[in-house]
Design a protein around this ligand. Structure first.
Ligand code: TYM
Length: 334
């Protein structure tokens, strides 16, 4: 039976890419009637060192971001990865199923470890096996993510398939990535060929969900563009990555297809388009940042939401881990 799972790292500010590529779509999936689980993946965050106080705050702020984006803790299971030990337990099993070569081919590993792989944590290398465990410990079938997670999802399928094959068991479903909509790859506002990211050193490259209206307007006004007006059709955006990105952001925020944005905006100069985009962005994002700030005033309530979510998540994960152990031949799992 279908089940949706996805996760976000509590490692710094949520940015517009997280919202359009993930949170907004999670909220849409919640109303489809399929059971949904959304996880603050703190165990993933510590694959690079995090200041403990910052991690605690970022985890609570992420939970506030989920709720402010429209996720209802009664409808969706919202929880923190480290509070459900079955993730780490299944990840160990998957460390023994996945191959070194598979991990070494991950572009995110290559980008993050770079030339200094000797000095990267072992956890950073094994990261995708933990991600596979996150999904498969619930037998989740659908995983809404941004484009950048596609390769990790393929690896999760490979791990599931190899486990099933090695143990002659038709046990883990092969999870489907769900990468849909206009904004599955939001790019930097300073460079249309680079992904918008919370780790970009330039704050002007991204819109944070905690930015106020002035900051949002300023970042859009200063966003890099070319001198031409917007074309009348999507094809006209070829070779114009910055223009394409702003059109995709507009489409994502407005809930339109990019082609419809061209119908409305084609022929306009950036001097006209940017203020319209800024107004739309402030209109959609300001209520989210206000609600996040409000929720953050009561961290104990956030902690209660996460604890309750973890309890509900464990009810699903524990029996699946037990069956996994039994299939493998662990004594005591029967
Ligand atoms: P993370 O924390 O980097 O990002 C969370 C989600 O936001 C999406 N995203 C973007 N989408 C569009 N444009 C962007 N510029 C952009 N930046 C980020 C990501 O694709 C993701 O959907 N490994 C994952 C977290 C994870 C996970 C999982 C996801 C751990 N376990 C299990 C799904 C299922 C990550 O680091 O995402």
């Amino acid at each position: 039976s279908p089940r949706v799972f996805s996760g976000i790292q509590p490692s710094g500010n949520l940015q517009l890419g997280n919202y359009l590529g993930a949170l907004k779509r999670f909220a849409d999936a919640q109303s489809s009637g399929t059971p949904t689980l959304y996880c603050m993946v703190d165990l993933h965050a510590i694959t690079v060192w995090q200041d403990p106080a910052d991690l605690r705050r970022a985890t609570r702020e992420l939970c506030a971001g989920f709720i402010a984006s429209g996720l209802d803790p009664e409808k969706s299971i919202l929880f923190n990865q480290s509070q459900v030990p079955e993730h780490a337990q299944l990840a160990w099993v998957f460390n023994c199923v996945a191959r070194m070569g598979w991990m070494g081919r991950m572009t995110q590993w290559k980008d993050k470890a770079g030339k200094n792989a000797e000095n990267a944590s072992l956890g950073l290398f094994a990261y995708p096996a933990l991600m596979a465990a996150d999904i498969l410990v619930y037998h989740a079938t659908h995983v809404p993510v941004g484009e950048d997670q596609k390769q990790h999802l393929e690896l999760a399928r490979d791990i599931a398939a190899k486990f099933n094959h090695d143990y002659g068991a038709d046990f883990f479903p092969l999870p489907e990535p769900v990468i849909e909509g206009a904004a599955t790859r939001v790019m930097s506002l300073r460079d249309g060929t680079k992904k918008m990211s919370k780790s970009d050193p330039s704050d002007m490259s991204r819109i944070n969900l905690t930015d106020d209206a002035d900051a949002i307007a300023k970042k859009i006004r200063k966003a890099k563009t070319d001198p031409e007006p917007l074309p009348a059709t999507l094809e006209g955006l070829d070779g114009r990555p910055e223009a394409r990105n702003l059109v995709n952001i507009y489409a994502g925020l407005a809930g339109l297809a990019p082609a419809d944005v061209m119908t409305q905006m084609g022929g306009k100069s950036f001097a006209e388009f940017k203020p319209a985009l800024a107004e739309l962005a402030v209109d959609r994002l300001a209520p989210i940042s206000a609600e996040m700030a409000r929720l953050m005033q009561d961290p104990a309530e956030i902690d209660r939401v996460l604890a309750r979510g973890a309890e509900r998540a464990r009810e699903i994960a524990a029996p699946i881990l037990r069956q996994t152990y039994d299939i493998i031949g662990m004594v005591g799992a029967q």
